[in-house]
Write a protein of this length. Structure first.
Ligand code: ZN
Ligand code: ZN
Length: 344
């Protein structure tokens, strides 16, 4: 079967034929992939940035793809055969079940995660083996294609949860990439009083949000944006979510908060950030990190997708057959699209 793989410890990805996976092992299912999103992580793996070279090196060669939905076509020992035919999404954060953290039952804290699409073979392929307990049912009425959004949305849902999101909050999102867009769409769905999204030379991505009815979008490269944002800020936002992965915006995020507001950092900047500690102390602000998405965030997302599939659908802007992965990745590296799906 055709698969998009990282073959060796260097830049680039390869579309190659590999044998189909065998029968599922105990506790596993075989999934026929319907759609898989391209993530910023996949772009970093393509470029082979230092942080990925470190932990992926020993897993190569490996098939990428971790934002996926499909249907179960076979089950291994111990899995209910009634699962065959079920539409599911795959939580890629598979715990090793052997390390010290796992032995204590802290699977989220696993020290040796077997991440789908990074360590174990992923979903840029027609078939995928996954542990059944990491496959969550996609609710009836949600198209499989939208299921591929569940993983990036779960990252956003977790960021909101870490920030203590509640109905009626005023929130700002830094960075209108797919994670930031997901945070904005979820916050609106969950009842935020105001959702502002701030980008820099991000016109196409902000336009997608405007078309979804999220009106407070600011492109800081445009004249007058700073004044318009200051007006929207008013007395300060309750919660700011950083989803740009750029260290310089951390301080800008703090400046957007009201006293005692919370900044959640969901991006992963590769350089240190410089922070105005005086502001942090004076206004009693908090900075919290969000990573390692728990199952509760997935349940929140699947419920939201079931309640309002149409309000999330515009986040998918492009679809390519897997055979055209090259063109799809080139488009993503240009930072203009929202979510790009590969269809095997
Ligand atoms: Zn991802
Ligand atoms: Zn573990």
């Amino acid at each position: 079967m055709l698969s998009l793989r990282k073959l060796e410890a260097a830049g680039g990805l390869s579309l190659v034929e590999v044998p189909e996976p065998g029968s599922p092992g105990p506790g596993e299912v075989l999934v026929r992939v319907a759609a898989t999103g391209i993530c910023g992580t996949d772009l970093s793996v393509d470029r082979w940035t230092a942080s990925y070279a470190g932990f992926m090196g020993k897993a190569l060669p490996v098939t990428l793809g971790h934002e996926t939905a499909g249907r179960i076509v076979a089950v291994g020992a111990g899995v209910d055969p009634a699962r065959i035919g079920c539409a599911i999404v795959v939580d890629p954060a598979v715990a090793c079940r052997r390390c010290a953290r796992c032995r204590e039952g802290d699977f989220i804290g696993c020290l040796d995660r077997q991440a789908v699409g990074l360590i174990r073979d992923g979903a840029f392929a027609p078939l995928l083996l996954a542990p059944d307990d990491y496959c969550y049912d996609l609710p009836d009425g949600v198209p499989l294609e939208l299921g591929a959004l569940a993983e990036p949305l779960s990252v956003g849902a977790h960021a909101l949860a870490v920030g203590g999101f509640t109905v009626g909050m005023r929130i700002a999102v830094l960075g209108p990439g797919p994670i930031g867009q997901g945070v904005a769409a979820l916050a609106r769905h969950l009842g935020a009083a105001q959702v502002a999204v701030i980008g820099l030379k991000d016109a196409p991505r902000l336009d997608v949000l405007r078309a979804m009815g999220i009106g407070d979008c600011f492109d800081m490269a445009e004249p007058g944006a700073a004044e318009a944002l200051a007006q929207a800020r008013g007395e300060g936002f309750d919660l700011v979510v950083e989803a740009a992965g750029v260290p310089e915006v951390i301080d800008q995020g703090l400046a957007l908060l009201r006293p005692q507001g919370v900044l959640v950092v969901a991006g992963m900047p590769e350089r240190p950030a410089s922070v105005d500690i005086m502001r942090l102390v004076k206004y009693r602000l908090e900075i919290r990190g969000a990573s390692r998405v728990p199952p509760s965030a997935w349940q929140m997302v699947l419920k939201a997708l079931a309640e309002a599939p149409d309000s999330f659908a515009p986040l998918v802007t492009h679809r390519f057959p897997l055979a055209q992965a090259d063109a799809a990745f080139r488009l993503c590296h240009g930072r203009t699209p929202s979510k790009v799906l590969l269809l095997p």
